[in-house]
Design a protein around this ligand. Sequence first.
Ligand code: C2O
Ligand code: CU
Length: 553
Amino acid sequence: ADVHYYDFTLKEMNVTKLCVTESILTVNDLFPGPVIRVHKGDILYVNVTNKGDYGITIHWHGVKQPRNPWSDGPVFITQCPILPGSYFTYEVIFSEEEGTLWWHAHSDWTRATVHGAIVILPKEGTTFPFPKPDAEEVIVLGSWYKGNLNAEVNDAMANGSDIPHSRGWLINGELGDFANCSSETTYRWSVNYGKTYLLRIVNAVNDDQLFFAIANHNLTIVGLDAAYIKPIATSYVMISPGQTMDVLLTANRPLGQYYMVSTQFLTESAYMNMDIGSAIIEYTGDYNFSSSPIFPDRLPEAKDVEAAMRFTGLIRSLADEDYPISVPLNVTMKMFIVVSMNYLCRNRTYCDDPTAHKIIASSMNNISWANPTVDVLEAYYGNISGYYTTDFPDRPLVMYNFTAKDKDDDVAITDEATKVKVLNYNESVEIVFQGTDVIGGSGVHPMHMHGYSFYVVGMGQGNFNNETDPLTYNLIDPPKANTFIVPKSGWLAIRFVADNPGVWFWHCHFDRHLSWGMDTVFIVKNGETEETSIRPPPSDMPACIFSKHDISI
Ligand code: C2O
Ligand code: CU
């Protein structure tokens, strides 16, 4: 295995979008940030120097980091922030991942501008489970916000109001031809007729599911979250924030220019962003083009839940001799976790008054996660009490008809706490995530687990039925992912073996829901040997020297 060294310097940079020049935090003056390239099994050291104005952390999304939670990154979960003027070196250990992943800031909402792709090639001497593509292209889908996003989110959190929504969709850092003042800088990718390309697509958007399509070209999806899947031929994809996809595209259409577009897939009724993010694929060669590039004609509508679920339902693990799967069949630990939007009650009488201004929150099993001031990993490893408790419930505290339309408003009220779930080493875990319909409708939740990939064994509409739904589980070729959606008013069943000791964050990958508390932490205990235990910490972990009010999430 090779060892790679990267330097990331974070500092503010001016960019002009939507006719306005604003300062954003970037890595090495690049937006999106640098692409990391490794082979499966390599080790990477990234020295992060913070020359920005506030504390930050970086997370290596989807990298399992065996026994090494110290470099995982989520703020106040596995580390305290890297303060302005200081640095920290992450050690990123690649094990079974192969395909595309990404890295992003994991403090405040900084990941809106601090993110980049990770390309993990097959081990030297091995190849892809499909014909070798002629070339590759990284496509990072992002979202653009106006103003100082972190400051606005922190204000909104402090007074319990709604969080700002994005003002447009980016493809490789550019809004494209359909946004104001943007057509000069539209991202262009040139292709050669007859060649096959491997697109490495990252949904780095903070808060939205996306549809993505390329005019007149079929897409063949071959990988999800750095695991290969059975090829899916499709005209569009639905991709959740946090997810990554490997897609084959053959340039076999008449020479010309074609739009690549990203649009919102939306299930919450509250807000709709009809913007179109676009880039242009241009064939090389001699041809006349006088008209504008061709636009995709088979892009689903924003609210086409059916199109989104149809696509999602097609995803299957490769599950063959060369890429076997290991979905646990005998579950030793079952959890049922209700993921919901809520109102937070810091003082119950205040919430009981129907005219009172309620604080927006979200929760898992009626507990809205509150970050501690010393990260959970440091408190756990150092046996420091007082920062979290280990009583995260295996079942919801309040039972009700989760997806019924008319519910008592009381079920929306939740408590705030720092409760973690402790798992024994090698436990076979099943979690059913149940969505709800409280507070005027529900949306989907792209649930993300750190330190692991999980098998998606089941998914369905309505309330989970403990008798009949398990009979529908796919234990043959379920998709393996690190992020997967709980359908609107539905449920998602996942399984994994707890074989990576550490402190691992579990959260919704919508930053809105993450900030509002749809998070918890799994502590996976050590096994009996050193090889099955958390490694000792590096000597230079950032110190937890200040209150969480200096940085909030
Ligand atoms: Cu992509 Cu907790 O992160
Ligand atoms: Cu969510």
